[in-house]
Ligand binder design. Structure first.
Ligand code: ADP
Ligand code: MG
Length: 275
């Protein structure tokens, strides 16, 4: 008993809380099943490692500040034939993040750009990369505020520590006066050093409008952004719109009251399985 108390105290001191929590139960189990010493220790250590990995991922996802969590498992590729599923799955392996390359997701509103961006961001988190999600407007606001408060270089240093910056909805909003220059600097700093994933509903031909009509600066930016870049074009009808049409067209679902009759098939199947 005293041994167990001491063991737990030492494990806590060594900052191995999961081992401390599991040690007693696993020791009893190991004694009961005659588990070899090293197998017992392995199981105990594995729990600690697993728990730590889960905690790290949870923290990474929190820091990424995704507006919602969406993954590729819930993405219907048949709805958007303009992108190749194998290519997106390849991007989900995050080799492009390791190589500081970029992804550009272009397409009409509602075609799943943000969904794909978040899914690739989560995939990168799972591979151990530091990710940060911004809307273009949110990023510009953060940069402009930092500049006004003389802490732009500090924010820049923080942002440089992220392996992947997602900039969502470039082009939807008009930017404040200093916005174009701040965005241009942001992208320039990351060029060939850190990845960006940009989603946009605008053709490149219209990007100068986002960047205050400055064709030269826009040209230089598009050049850097697309130099090592995979472009995904999501063309088609809005998924949102299609879903709402489908819901409207479907006959109303019959009202089901919980009755003895309603679940008879289930009961019959259960009875057949357990005679
Ligand atoms: P966009 O950013 O292009 O405007 P979103 O990614 O916000 O579009 O998609 C709109 C909604 O439709 C979201 O809830 C998204 O999860 C869903 N959606 C879009 N495309 C698909 C798809 N192919 N499969 C599953 N859900 C989709
Ligand atoms: Mg979007």
């Amino acid at each position: 008993m005293e041994t167990m108390l001491l063991l737990k105290a030492y494990l806590k001191k060594l900052r191995l809380p999961t081992m401390a929590a599991d040690v007693e139960k696993l020791a009893a189990e190991a004694a009961r099943t005659n588990l070899p010493y090293e197998r017992y220790l392995l199981t105990l250590v594995e729990q600690e490692v697993l728990q730590r990995e889960q905690n790290t991922l949870r923290l990474r996802l929190k820091k990424a500040a995704f507006p919602v969590l969406k993954t590729l498992e819930t993405f219907d590729f048949t709805a958007i034939p303009s992108i190749s599923k194998p290519e997106v799955l390849r991007l989900a392996q995050s080799e492009w993040v390791r190589q500081s390359q970029n992804v550009l997701v272009a397409g009409n509103p509602g075609t799943g750009k943000t969904h794909v961006a978040i899914a690739l961001g989560i995939a990168a988190c799972r591979q151990g990369f530091r990710v940060r999600f911004f809307t273009a407007a949110g990023l510009v606001t953060a940069l402009a505020e930092a500049q006004a408060e003389h802490r732009l270089s500090r924010l820049t240093r923080i942002l440089e520590r992220t392996d992947l910056a997602i900039v969502d909805e470039l082009g939807y909003v008009s930017l404040p006066a200093e916005g174009p220059r701040l965005l241009f600097d942001f992208f320039s700093r990351r060029y060939e050093r850190r990845s960006v994933l940009v989603t946009t509903n605008l053709d490149f031909s219209r990007w100068p409008e986002v960047f205050g009509g400055d064709e030269m600066m826009t040209g230089a930016l598009v050049d850097r952004l697309t130099h090592h870049c995979t472009v995904l074009t999501l063309n088609g009808e809005s998924y949102r719109f299609r879903e709402s049409q489908r819901a409207a067209a479907a006959p109303p679902a019959p009202l089901r009251l919980p009755s003895a009759e309603a679940d008879r098939p289930v009961r019959e199947a259960q009875a057949a399985a357990n005679p």
